[in-house]
Design a protein around this ligand. Structure first.
Ligand code: AMP
Length: 302
């Protein structure tokens, strides 16, 4: 089934304790779309400038990502620059240049409007709502957001949350949104704001899923070295939504498998800078690591 994603496609400059990469492929929608493309065709809605490397657009197309909804406008592409500390859970944004993204007003091509699965990556909640207005009867809509909108566009975000069945945010965002430090209490507060289900991404500590009385936890895959955590959360969302779209249904069992697939995609993403590890990744490697999660989490009940 088809999966639409709306969000940023960017050029990133990254500094980590392991090195530096200048103006490399980035953007939340890019990580999402590539991760999802291992499972299902993806329809991308975004804007880039005319400086965006054509070879990167060719790569996205070659992965089965439909670019009919990607606008190429005169001007510079979104640029973001971030630096990770020795503790890579901590990151400073060094610069953010919205450029052509400043006036982004997502418009879904007609061929996208019946997509059964929709992911609203991290952009202004009014723009996320605009995409929802244009989609007809999706089976599942999921959204991400960030501190900037939680603090700066709270009324718009609150209105959006009443329309989004699945929210996928990180632990810091969950704390800010709920005013609670404890994740279980935070989840309860957030589920009262509208979403039926919530996935809290906790970096190296894994993911917590909350829905009604259900809580499901998946650890992060234990890696010896994390090179670049950028986009891990977006790749998680892409793996999760991509797998669900490939199943064509959202049952409690498929959701659990989807969360493990999402965790697998996130773990590969952080093994190299930018999307480099995902370029070389195969479905066989994904499935192999997916199976390793079984032994990682199984134990005998005496
Ligand atoms: P994450 O690591 O999940 O925070 O995602 C990082 C990606 O989001 C990077 O590749 C950036 O290009 C992109 N990004 C950073 N800031 C923003 C923003 N304010 N709006 C949209 N995308 C952003």
């Amino acid at each position: 089934m088809s999966l639409v994603v709306v969000g940023s496609v960017a050029l990133d400059t990254l500094e980590t304790p392991h090195g530096r990469a200048d103006e490399v492929l980035g953007g939340a929608a890019t990580y999402f779309a590539i991760a999802a493309s291992f499972f299902t065709p993806v329809q991308l809605v975004a804007v880039v400038g005319d400086d965006f490397p054509p070879k990167e657009l060719d790569w996205l197309s070659s992965r089965g990502i439909d670019l009919a909804g990607l606008e190429v406008r005169p001007g510079r592409s979104l640029r973001w620059s971030g630096r990770y500390h020795e503790d890579m859970n901590v990151r400073d944004t060094l610069s953010f240049e919205a450029n052509v993204f400043q006036t982004f007003a997502p418009e879904l091509p007609e061929s996208y409007r019946d997509a059964e699965f929709v992911f609203l990556a991290n952009i202004a909640p009014t723009l996320q709502a605009r995409v929802l207005d244009q989609s007809r009867n999706p089976i599942l809509v999921a959204a991400d957001t960030m501190n900037y909108y939680i603090e700066g566009a709270r009324a718009d975000l609150d209105a959006l949350l009443r329309r989004v069945p699945l929210l996928m945010i990180n632990d810091e965002e969950a704390r800010l949104l709920s005013g609670e430090r404890n994740m279980v209490r935070a989840a309860r507060r957030i589920l009262d704001m509208g979403p039926r289900s919530l996935m809290i991404k906790r970096g190296e500590y894994g993911v917590l899923y909350f829905s009604g009385d259900t809580v499901f936890a998946v650890p992060a895959y234990p890696l010896e070295q994390v090179f670049d955590p950028t986009g891990a959360g977006d790749a998680f969302a892409g793996g999760t939504m991509g797998y669900l779209a490939s199943c064509g249904e959202v049952s409690p069992a498929s959701l659990r498998r989807a969360i493990v697939y999402g965790s697998v995609l996130a773990s590969f993403t952080v093994e190299a800078f930018s999307l480099e590890r995902l370029r070389a990744l195969t479905r066989e490697e994904i499935d192999q690591r997916y199976r390793q999660f079984v032994s990682l989490t199984t134990f005998d009940v005496l």
